[in-house]
Design a protein around this ligand. Structure first.
Ligand SMILES: C[S@@+](CC[C@H](N)C(=O)[O-])C[C@H]1O[C@@H](n2cnc3c(N)ncnc32)[C@H](O)[C@@H]1O
Length: 408
């Protein structure tokens, strides 16, 4: 067991840094608390927590589907299980018709049972016997982008197929297009084609991508100081000149934030490119949505900046080279900038978010979260060089960063 006093000191120091608003201190505090918990949890308890994790997902899923969390959020403090039951759409069997002869008890069962893990996880508060109150996390959990739920329905399903898939097939860390992956084994095809063909999940995924902004306290155009690096005097001002192309930009929420931040003070068009099903019918003032498949030549030539957020990590180097190659060919040497926002991992001591997202990329796509060395190799292979890595926080833990590149 690690030295408890040392772990407590780390928590204390990190809490003080966070209180002072030190950049990256929040993540450091979370890591410190996790390390403290690891230090006092026995091996059997650790494994049990991991084993029980899916049941929490199930409770959240039931809570969202039946509307338990929505009722709670709408009613405000001190909502009883009976009040929740009166408003949710439960069918008798689901709530355990055969278990209790008492109708009231039957109605209470589902909320009471699912609210136990939910309140233990801090997603709502238990304020009395079968009485609950919503908290900040409840409001977050019921958002359009969180409900839906790609995580439970697709991610957990895919994760649980990994063992059977490995027994039936060879496992390839970086599979080629004709090799099976956990996600194609589970869904019958890669993730993005599946999302395009299944609008319920496609919309849920896009909503989640937008909603996750709330868990992202940094803004990429501040981390990469856009006002300073894209100076007015160096921007083309012709009518057609393009300032920013957000490639694989989803429905355009990050470019919308960029646009609202700069309020038209930087000249040039703002373009969001994504698959047809994603950009179809979307209209945001001041932004052009363009249907574009990034495996084809980039149609927008000589833009000031091409921005890829959370795209490159979806793909292995072989595929990423094709995507980047298409955009690098459209860049104007000496003018265009390539901006890639993704995690940059250290060789040792990768933080919790980056370490897990890396596995998500392996299971759900064919991708990887890259170290600085791996980024350098990939980027050099497509004819650009890194000018600077602008990091959100302490790069030594592996944080999101904006990698600024120029064409060589
Ligand atoms: C992980 S999401 C990132 C979205 C957005 N950049 C963000 O960070 O919120 C990857 C995006 O790539 C898009 N995408 C996948 N395949 C594509 C393709 N062949 N051409 C263009 N966009 C694609 C997806 O539709 C999705 O919006």
């Amino acid at each position: 067991m690690a030295d408890l006093a040392e772990q407590l000191k780390w928590v204390n120091d990190a809490a003080q840094s966070e209180a002072k608003g030190v950049p990256g201190a929040h993540l450091d505090l979370l890591e410190a608390i996790q390390a403290l918990s690891n230090a006092v949890t026995t091996p059997a308890e650790k494994l049990l927590r991991i084993r029980f994790q899916p049941y929490l997902n199930v409770c959240i899923r039931i809570g969202q589907e039946l509307g338990i969390l929505q009722v709670l959020a709408a009613r405000g403090p001190k909502t009883t299980a009976a009040e929740i039951s009166a408003q949710i759409k439960v069918d008798g069997l689901l709530i355990g018709e055969n278990i209790s002869p008492c109708k009231v008890c039957r109605l209470l069962m589902i909320p009471v049972r699912v609210m136990r893990p939910i309140t233990l996880a801090g997603i709502a508060d238990e304020v009395g016997v079968a009485e609950y109150a919503p908290n900040e996390t409840t409001s977050y959990a019921i958002q359009k982008g969180i409900i839906g739920d790609v995580n439970t329905d697709i991610v957990l399903k895919t994760c649980s197929s990994v063992g059977p898939m490995m027994r039936d097939n060879e496992f390839h860390q970086f599979p080629t297009a004709d090799q099976i992956t956990p996600v194609s084994y589970t869904l019958g095809k890669p993730l993005f084609p599946f999302l395009s063909e299944n609008p319920e999940y496609g919309t849920a995924f896009n909503n989640f991508m937008a909603a996750r902004r709330q868990a992202t306290w940094h803004k990429w155009y501040n981390v990469y100081p856009a006002a300073e690096r894209l100076p007015l005097q160096r921007l083309k001002t012709e009518k057609d000149a393009v300032l920013l192309v957000d490639v694989g930009g989803g429905t355009g929420y990050w470019t919308q934030a960029f646009s609202e931040h700069f309020q038209g003070s930087l000249p040039g068009r703002l373009i969001v490119q994504d698959l047809p099903k994603v950009v179809h019918g979307i209209s945001i003032q001041g932004i052009e949505h363009m249907s574009y498949d990034f495996f084809t030549p980039q149609p927008v030539k000589g833009a000031r900046a091409y921005y890829f957020k959370a795209v490159m990590h979806d793909f292995n180097d072989e595929v990423a080279e094709k995507i980047l190659g298409n955009t690098v060919a459209a860049m104007e040497k000496g003018y265009s900038t390539l901006l890639i926002e993704d995690f940059v991992l250290p060789e040792k001591g990768v933080g919790w978010r980056a370490a897990h997202l890396d596995i998500a990329m392996m299971v759900l796509n064919t991708g990887i979260e890259r170290t600085e060395k791996q980024w350098k190799n990939l980027l050099e292979s497509v004819g650009v060089k890194i000018v600077k890595i602008w990091s959100v926080g302490d790069i030594s833990e592996g944080n999101e960063a904006v990698i600024e590149c120029e064409k060589v």
